[in-house]
Design a protein around this ligand. Structure first.
Ligand SMILES: [Zn+2]
Length: 190
């Protein structure tokens, strides 16, 4: 497997289960906080994938995640004619794993919950047109600050085991991903 040769090891079966739990917690926190009904969730078209399901161009070594915007879901032809953007949150297992060995050590469940919560707030804001996907660097930096602040506010009182060390470790670091529109040359990164 070329990804292993490059030192990028996808999450194990157990880690995938932990990630699924983190996604469930993040979606619940966000739907409660932003008062999103099930039918509204369906309108927000996104997918969260980890390394094993990413294509070569969706992988980066420099961020916990990339958000890619597609004009329609590439694997779902039935939705191809529907209007609207489709966001793919591409989690970078190997970068996340590296952060788990911090001092003090961080655990996957709280770190993944933190990352996915942050990414979902981005998606929500793009989908609600509160923020342009392609924006100048200064505007993107401001948006990062807003999303970071909302993520911290959402998680600070949560009972997720091990969340406080994660919030402490990343409090001063709002940047966690790159944004790419399919077909564009290069990265909209920060
Ligand atoms: Zn962000």
């Amino acid at each position: 497997m070329p990804r292993e040769r490059e030192g990028r090891f996808p999450f194990s079966g157990h880690e995938i289960l932990v990630l699924a739990e983190a996604i469930r917690i993040a979606e619940e926190l966000i739907s409660d906080h932003f008062k999103i009904s099930t039918s509204q969730w369906k309108r927000y078209r996104y997918d969260i994938q980890s390394l094993k399901d990413l294509r070569a161009e969706e992988i980066t070594d420099h961020a916990f995640a990339q958000i890619r915007r597609y004009t329609f879901p590439p694997h779902d032809k039935t939705l191809a004619s529907r209007h609207g953007d489709y966001f793919k949150i591409c989690l970078q297992d190997h970068v996340i794993r590296k952060a788990l060995s911090r001092d003090p050590p961080l655990n996957l469940l709280p770190l993944a919950t933190y990352i996915v919560t942050h990414e979902l707030i981005h998606v929500l804001r793009f989908a609600r047109f509160l923020q342009r996907f392609e924006a100048p660097e200064k505007e993107r930096d401001l948006e990062e600050g807003r999303v970071h602040a909302q993520t911290l506010a959402l998680l600070k009182d949560s009972k997720i085991p091990g969340i406080q060390p994660v919030l402490t470790a990343f409090r001063a670091c709002p940047f966690m991903e790159t944004f790419i529109t399919r077909g564009m040359e290069g990265k909209l990164s920060h």
